[in-house]
Write a protein that binds this ligand. Structure first.
Ligand SMILES: [Cu+2]
Length: 404
């Protein structure tokens, strides 16, 4: 069985690594090629290390029921055959058709099962970003999303990730956002002469980042999510030319179209292969890793996290709270989770259970440190809570997955 799995993984890896990085490979610089190659090597190292750990239980803690036979493999969307892309898309659409489980007294705008996830993210936003829980909470959140696709919508595949570096030449040609029937829909309708964005860092006094608007801005014009309805928010929405737009109660019902404003330059500046590689290699403790992934305050950088969200643009892509409403959220965060997994595996002894930060955004207001005993939850998405300790490894606790 282990031999079967190994040959299955090898086949998949060959498929990933022999693919052209992009259709426009020629315009990629040599350093980007080198960085892409190095990231693949590091990812392979993390894979070997994780499979070894599963195989010989060498970490010395309970690995639960995760074995070489049942470990799941999350892959780049590019490697999904058409049929698998359709299956994933249909499962996400299914969540948008199923009824919500959040009581309407708590979130009048939560109409669909998908909205349960959006409501949870809106509710917890100040406790899951720039906190000690950022990486672990989102790891859990996207895992529960993946499980819900399987349990409630019959999906049998794994959560695909968005390999940003391959799309920095053109968001419009990204297989996730090209508007085809195997994408998550494409750009919004073009709105000419959109002014720049001013992105504040939460409620701090730091000067806002000035960013260009993109090549869309309006409602989606094609693809599977063209008719999706955004039911909640705006909650903390960056608007071109303005500051932040928000409803007095962002959980109220406010149905509108899903808008995008693809902005290649933001992705190119923040999510290129070189930046990704530097994030993995240049940060030696988890505080630096999570801080730089979100853009260090005052650095003028968005980090890979903000870069991916804002490169999708639009509403709710540019909404710091309601952004799970854009289906690209899950694949974007899967990539962040992949980088954390790679980073952890480069020094498991020090990094597997490393955690740093408090329970509030930039520790404002001041709150206790997040510890491995801190419990997190995902609201009405799934009852109960889980200790951070149990969601630090992708193959212990409830999880059993690796990345290719
Ligand atoms: Cu988030």
């Amino acid at each position: 069985m282990a031999i079967l799995l190994t040959s299955f993984l090898l086949c998949l890896m060959l498929r990933v690594w022999t693919m052209p990085i992009t259709a426009k490979t020629n315009s990629f610089s040599f350093s980007e090629h080198t960085a892409a190659y190095q990231i693949n090597r590091l990812s392979r190292f993390a894979l070997d290390s994780t499979l070894d750990a599963i195989g010989n239980r060498s970490l010395g803690h309970d690995q639960g029921g995760c074995t070489l036979e049942n470990v799941r493999v999350r892959r780049d969307w590019r490697t999904f055959p058409r049929k698998e892309k359709r299956a994933y898309i249909n499962a996400v659409l299914c969540l948008q058709w199923l009824p919500a489980q959040t009581p309407s007294a708590l979130a009048a705008g939560a109409k669909s099962r998908y909205d349960d996830f959006v409501a949870t993210h809106i509710n917890q936003t100040w406790h899951i970003h720039r906190t000690g829980t950022f990486l672990a909470w989102h790891r859990y959140f996207i895992y529960v999303f993946e499980e819900t696709l399987r349990d409630e919508c019959g999906y049998t595949g794994d959560l695909p990730y968005w390999n940003w570096g391959a799309d920095v030449q053109s968001m419009e040609e990204s297989p996730l956002f090209d508007g085809s029937d195997t994408s998550l829909s494409g750009n919004g309708a073009y709105i000419p002469n959109q002014p720049n964005l001013r992105i504040p860092l939460g409620n701090t006094d730091l000067p806002p980042l000035i960013l260009p608007a993109g090549t869309g801005g309006g409602c989606l014009t094609s693809g599977p999510f063209m008719n999706s309805t955004i039911n909640m928010g705006p909650s903390f929405l960056y608007v071109p030319g303005g500051n932040v737009s928000r409803m007095s109660n962002p959980l109220d019902y406010n149905p509108r179209c899903l808008k995008r404003d693809l902005t290649t330059s933001i992705l190119r500046d923040n999510n290129n292969y070189t930046t990704i590689l530097q994030l993995i290699l240049n940060n030696h403790d988890v505080w630096d890793f999570e801080t730089n992934a979100q853009g260090a305050p005052g650095s003028g950088l968005l980090g890979v996290h903000g870069g991916g969200h804002l490169a999708m643009g639009g509403d709710p892509g540019r909404d710091a709270d309601a952004n799970p409403g854009d289906p690209g959220f899950w694949n974007h965060h899967a990539m962040i989770d992949r980088l954390w997994w790679i980073w952890q595996n480069l020094d498991l002894t020090k990094r597997q259970y490393a955690i740093s930060g408090t329970g509030t955004f930039l520790n404002d207001p001041a709150s206790p440190n997040t510890t491995l005993d801190t419990h997190v939850n995902v609201g009405y998405v799934k009852p109960g809570s889980i200790a951070v300790r149990d969601i630090m490894s992708t193959t212990a606790g409830p999880f059993c997955y690796v990345y290719l």
